[in-house]
Design a binder for this molecule. Structure first.
Ligand code: PGA
Length: 261
């Protein structure tokens, strides 16, 4: 289990699924399923598409659903001529608490670079939200035995130069690309080794205190039946769930298992 002081965070990344009507139903259903005891010892966030954010915010507030609102991406500037983009203050104004930054799908399909990831991360922090910074190796990198080098490079590029206090308060997600949406979950021991490595990188770029405090999630084909084993790893402080977060019943079951219930 996560060290005392690191409150686990279980996040549902809906990606490009659920219009606002489906989103309202899903979050209402989640609210009916999650019992206070399920969330007593952990935090939960949902990350719907941009068009759903306002609707989901309203449902969460009206029904006092114990789930934080999250976003999947944003631009690093506060405003400007950036057709199709969404600015961090727009998210903050909607009550967004967590923003996924540098997801491998943004890096892979939209050309997001390490430099952009670092800029977005800082913009999210500037607006009082918590970034969930994604790092992870590809299948080829894994086979070439350079997983840890890749994680070091990505985490250093994202976090280098930030005050240790800010690093301590953010979230890193270890997401091996070969495990995302494939049904191939990382072995719990491999997830642990990677998360422990990321923590050592945080100690190097920030300090030991930040490394002890930063929350590190695992993501990639998380399901209700592999949740407990992943969460039992000492350096795994939560989960970033894609496909299995789309249905309230499945996601609620992951949250319940993550809480050890
Ligand atoms: P998955 O996605 O759970 O569908 O594998 C995880 C993610 O991309 O965050």
């Amino acid at each position: 289990m996560a060290a005392p002081g690191r409150r686990p965070l279980v996040s549902g990344n809906w990606k490009m699924h659920h219009d606002h009507v489906q989103a309202i139903r899903t979050v209402q259903d989640l609210g009916l399923r999650l019992q206070p005891a399920d969330v007593a010892a952990l935090d939960v966030s949902v990350h719907p598409p941009f068009t759903d954010l306002r609707s989901v915010q309203t449902v969460i507030e009206d029904r006092a659903i114990p789930v934080a609102l999250g976003a999947q991406h944003c631009h690093h500037q506060d405003q400007g001529a950036f057709t199709g983009e969404v600015a961090p203050p727009m998210l903050a104004r909607l009550g967004v608490r967590y923003v996924i930054v540098g997801h491998s799908e943004r890096r892979q399909f939209f050309g997001q670079t390490d430099e952009e990831v670092a800029l977005v991360l800082r913009a999210v922090l500037r607006h009082g939200m918590t970034p969930i910074v994604c790092v992870g190796e590809s299948e080829e990198e894994r086979e070439a035995g350079v997983t840890h080098d890749r994680l070091t490079a990505q985490a250093t590029a994202a976090l280098g130069g930030l005050p240790a206090q800010q690093v301590a308060a953010l979230v890193v997600a270890y997401e091996p690309i070969w495990a995302i949406g494939t049904g191939r979950t990382a072995e719990a021991a491999d997830a642990q080794a990677a998360c422990a490595h990321i923590r050592s990188v945080v100690a190097a770029v920030a300090d030991a205190e930040a490394a002890g405090a930063v929350r590190i999630q695992y993501g990639g084909s998380v399901k209700p039946d592999n949740t407990a084993e992943l969460m039992a790893q000492p350096d795994v402080d939560g989960l970033l769930v894609g496909g299995a977060s789309l249905e309230a019943a499945t996601f609620a079951s992951i949250v319940t298992h993550a809480g050890g219930r």
